[in-house]
Write a protein that binds this ligand. Structure first.
Ligand SMILES: [Zn+2]
Length: 233
């Protein structure tokens, strides 16, 4: 394997990319694999793609992009055959705001040539909605926009347990961060974000594994502490 895939529940994995410690999630089902976020560069995304084919030779069937920040979406260029799900804002950014993606990526230290190559091939999502159920055969994964927060269009992905001993896994995108404080940008709304985390906790439930966009997996208690941090700002 190119990446170190951490097992979170039966058929549910995540890896932490070296660049910016970005989470990429993977859910395996009878009917195919679902990937959550795609990394930044061709190199990163191709290494993920090759790993997914070792889990399931059919490769990535569905890709969910949690929000329009470069480190979560630009690698989508590699997943040409996947159905890509995102909020409309992600498609808007890819279509009309590539200058923003480019400058944001360079600001964070990405190589200019890598970013230009991947932006030229970027994969525009075609399944645009705030809520979706994605059928993977033996399991159904729920995608939801829980409210405004890190951006105005964050998606979370709820993976129900396959077996009684498995936890629910909730991929939170950057609505939850562990490796640093929550990333508050010009597109963030801190007041709404704290409220949105109530919905995130409702979707996951008290016993879920919460997977942040950056950093180690956390529990509901950690998410509540992050909510307090946001309220204090
Ligand atoms: Zn972000």
């Amino acid at each position: 394997m190119n990446q170190d895939w951490e097992s979170l529940a039966t058929g549910v994995y995540r890896c932490r990319l070296q660049f910016l410690d970005v989470t990429v999630g993977l859910v395996l089902g009878d009917d195919g694999a679902l990937l959550i976020d795609s990394g930044t560069t061709f190199e990163e995304a191709r290494s993920i793609e090759a790993d997914v084919r070792r889990f399931d030779q059919r490769g990535v069937r569905h890709l969910v992009l949690t929000h329009d920040h470069f480190d979560h979406i630009l690698g989508s260029a590699v997943f040409a055959e996947a159905a890509v799900h995102a909020m409309p804002a992600v498609a808007e950014t890819m279509l009309h705001r590539t200058d923003y993606l480019r400058s944001h990526a360079l600001e964070y230290g990405a190589a200019e040539a890598d970013i230009d190559a991947v932006i030229a091939a970027v994969r525009i999502p075609e399944h645009l909605c705030a809520q979706a159920s994605i059928e993977l055969g033996d399991r159904t994964v729920e995608v939801e926009h829980p409210g405004i927060g890190h951006t105005d269009h964050d998606l979370v992905v709820r993976v129900p347990p396959l077996h009684a001993t498995d936890p629910t896994v909730l991929f939170c995108g950057d609505l939850v961060e562990e490796s640093g404080d929550p990333s508050v940008t010009s597109g963030s709304d801190v007041t709404q974000w704290a409220l949105t985390l109530d919905r995130v906790l409702e979707i996951g439930g008290p016993g879920a594994v919460y997977v942040p966009g950056h950093g180690a997996v956390v529990d509901a208690e950690f998410v509540r502490r992050q909510q307090q941090w946001l309220r204090a700002r």
